[in-house]
Design a protein around this ligand. Structure first.
Ligand code: SAM
Ligand code: SF4
Length: 341
């Protein structure tokens, strides 16, 4: 008997999943305070990382189930060689409508044109501060702010827009720059998204105490109040995107202000349309919980496309209604750099 799949990944809570975030590597050329421990060296051996062919096969099957939007992430996606070739191959898969990337931007000056030519639609670039010394503190001295700024300019120049800027807002670290970023949305048309700091494994938390992230969580409401005190009420804005951000703008501005508030937003999980694939092939239904389903071992032992599709269906079927941060359940299995945000 042949099993027939409905071409849709709908869970028990009527959430339809159309968006897959693909981590192409767990390695990174930065070591951001909130993302991985300073001395982390538990990177995957190459043999355990999905090949581009394996990723393309997974995407072909997922596209047959209604996944149409892809986000390429890492670690830092651009440290993996030949990523433009992967994008080109994913771009040719029927049903894939849009491919975007999240990057620290440091290598974008080199790759922006190639990525655009390969079929990448847009980029999001992480930049938590405009201040040079602070940039060094957050990236623990591993990054080049000038290269990130050059990456932003290159992305815009080749038309990977709207370029969005991710800012993880942290009390006592960069909260005094909220208005500077808001001003850039007005004066330069930037699209800035403030991300609430998310919890990470205890092991990293220990490490981050030294980095000063104790008590750094800053809720959206405080950021918004600060912006509205200077600019008046924000108005809703339409910005292309598939993720969890809600967008607003200072009236009359060409840019936008987005909020990604996994911790404080009551209906954050109810709007979830995302699945995640880690670099070693774990399918993860929720960023903030440790549930995962392995795809790599079945793939390497000859699973059929129908069986692979069933693994997707089972994963979505088993997805929980919401994260449990409010109950004190935080992800312990992986650092953010090992999932891709
Ligand atoms: N390396 C790329 C980059 O930095 O954009 C892609 C991977 S990074 C894990 C994806 C996003 O997750 C970045 O915007 C980063 O700021 C965000 N992120 C990492 N750790 C986080 C945390 N603990 N809380 C909130 N956002 C976090
Ligand atoms: Fe690397 Fe991005 Fe994590 Fe920073 S946020 S350490 S750039 S993966």
């Amino acid at each position: 008997m042949t099993t027939v799949f409905l071409p849709v990944l709908q869970d028990r809570f009527q959430r339809v999943h159309k968006y897959l975030r693909i981590s192409v590597t767990d390695r990174c050329n930065f070591r951001c305070l909130y993302c991985m421990p300073a001395d982390f060296n538990g990177f995957l051996p190459r043999s355990q990382v999905l090949t581009f062919e394996e990723i393309a096969r997974i995407v072909r099957v997922a596209a047959g189930l209604g996944i149409s939007k892809l986000k390429i992430t890492g670690g830092e996606p651009l440290v993996r060689r030949e990523v433009p070739a992967l994008i080109r191959s994913l771009h040719s898969i029927p049903g894939v409508e849009e491919i975007t990337m999240t990057t620290n931007g440091v290598l974008l000056g080199r790759y922006a044109q190639e990525l655009k030519d390969a079929g990448l639609d847009r980029v999001t670039i992480s930049l938590d501060t405009l201040k040079p010394e602070r940039f060094d503190r957050i990236a623990r001295g591993t990054g080049s702010r000038q290269d990130v700024l050059a990456g932003i300019a290159a992305a815009r120049a080749v038309g990977l827009d709207p370029v969005k800027i991710n800012v993880v807002s942290m009390r006592g670290v960069n909260d005094d720059e909220v208005l500077d970023f808001a001003r850039l949305t007005v004066e330069e048309g930037w699209h800035v998204r403030f991300i609430e700091l998310m919890p990470f494994p205890e092991e990293q938390n220990q490490d981050c105490h030294g980095g000063g992230l104790d008590g750094a969580y800053l809720p959206e409401a405080e950021i918004r109040t600060a912006i509205e005190a200077s600019y008046g009420s924000l108005e809703p804005a339409e910005v292309p995107g598939n993720g969890p951000a809600r967008y607003f703008r200072v009236p009359g501005s060409a840019g936008s202000i987005g909020f990604i508030s996994a911790v404080s937003e009551e209906h954050f999980c109810a709007r979830c349309n995302r699945l995640r694939l880690t670099a070693e092939g774990k399918l993860r239904p929720c960023l903030l919980q440790d549930d995962e389903v392995d795809l790599r071992a079945p793939l390497r032992s000859g699973i059929s496309d129908t069986q692979l599709a069933q693994l997707f269906q089972d994963t979505v079927e088993g997805k929980r209604e919401s994260h449990r941060l409010g109950l004190g359940v935080t992800p312990q299995l992986r650092h953010m750099s090992q999932i891709g945000g």
